[in-house]
Design a protein around this ligand. Structure first.
Ligand SMILES: NC(=O)c1ccc[n+]([C@@H]2O[C@H](COP(=O)([O-])OP(=O)(O)OC[C@H]3O[C@@H](n4cnc5c(N)ncnc54)[C@H](O)[C@@H]3O)[C@@H](O)[C@H]2O)c1
Length: 271
């Protein structure tokens, strides 16, 4: 079912790697709702992934950009406006990567070069994207910028490693830049704190299978899927949420406010 919520709107979608990616589902859903956009990802991801399939399906062009490179981002934002024929209404930042996680370094044994690189990719890139949009005055009034995050920014999930710190930083950037984008350009900036989701990035977290089923049993509504996240993001890109800004919005089936569930109690009750 579609409601044409994004008819006439133009955007940039970062982070669609394959059909499991949250950004992939979001692109498909935004397209159904009438939005048009350019897709972007790091050059290496473009070689490894299947983004062209998505581009074809959604009549989009793909512009490579490493989200840590100001030069790439400046080129991306300028080109996106050219291709789409005007300023941008929505942006999805769906990017995350920890080198410490990838290389199996424990949180207490970090390699700080990895830490810095992961922080740049996963958190500072959000600031870089917004700074370029802001300086090029590329956003339309009442536009909407969304980044994806995880609850490890508030509570400890040991195997989430340094991504927890990156997400805390990312959420802070949303508030800080959200102030200036709101005041100066009437643009809103939010983060969505999503349930564990089986994607390439998600499955990289140690013990992911146990983790995702625990979250599911702890959430009164069950885990939010990638498609659920895409649907929620569409509402934030639409004109129905114009005054929502500088928020970290939990999209997790109720997990974040649940102390314990009946299923978890039963799993720990000795008969
Ligand atoms: N999967 C989960 O359990 C989960 C839960 C909450 C939040 N998130 C967040 O959702 C977002 C999307 O992740 P996903 O789960 O769809 O996984 P994914 O692996 O499909 O997407 C991550 C994307 O980041 C891109 N990326 C990495 N380095 C980049 C760089 N230098 N420049 C540009 N792009 C780069 C990758 O190419 C990939 O497309 C991430 O921010 C992730 O932390 C995921």
């Amino acid at each position: 079912m579609s409601y044409n919520l994004l008819k006439g709107k133009r955007g940039i979608i970062f982070g669609a790697l394959d059909e499991n990616s949250i950004a992939w589902k979001t692109a498909e859903t935004v397209y159904k709702e009438g939005g048009r956009f350019v897709l972007t990802n790091a050059p290496i991801a473009l070689r490894m992934g299947t983004i062209n399939e998505l581009a074809e399906k959604t009549e989009s062009q793909v512009i490579p950009a490493d989200a840590t490179s100001m030069e790439d981002l400046e080129n991306l934002v300028a080109k996106a406006q050219e291709i789409l024929g005007g300023k941008i209404d929505f942006v999805l930042h769906s990017i995350g990567m920890s080198l410490n996680v990838r290389k199996g370094r424990h949180y207490t044994e970090q390699n700080y070069e990895f830490t810095t690189k992961g922080w740049d990719i996963s958190a500072v890139s959000f600031h870089k994207v917004m700074q370029v949009l802001y300086k090029q005055d590329a956003m339309n009034e009442w536009g909407s910028i969304v980044a994806l995050t995880y609850m490890a920014a508030q509570r400890t999930f040991p195997d989430y490693n340094d991504m927890a710190d990156n997400k805390a930083y990312l959420e802070s950037i949303a508030r800080s830049f959200g102030y200036f984008f709101g005041k100066d350009k009437k643009v809103r900036v939010n983060t969505i704190s999503q349930s564990p989701t089986p994607t390439t990035a998600g499955k990289g977290v140690k013990g992911f299978d146990g983790f995702i089923s625990f979250a599911d049993k702890m959430s009164p509504l069950g885990n939010a899927t990638a498609q659920d996240c895409a649907d929620y993001t569409v509402t934030l890109f639409s004109d129905l949420t114009k005054k929502v800004t500088m928020q970290n919005l939990f999209h997790d089936g109720g997990f974040s406010n649940t102390g314990v569930s009946q299923e978890v109690i039963e799993a720990f009750t000795e008969e």
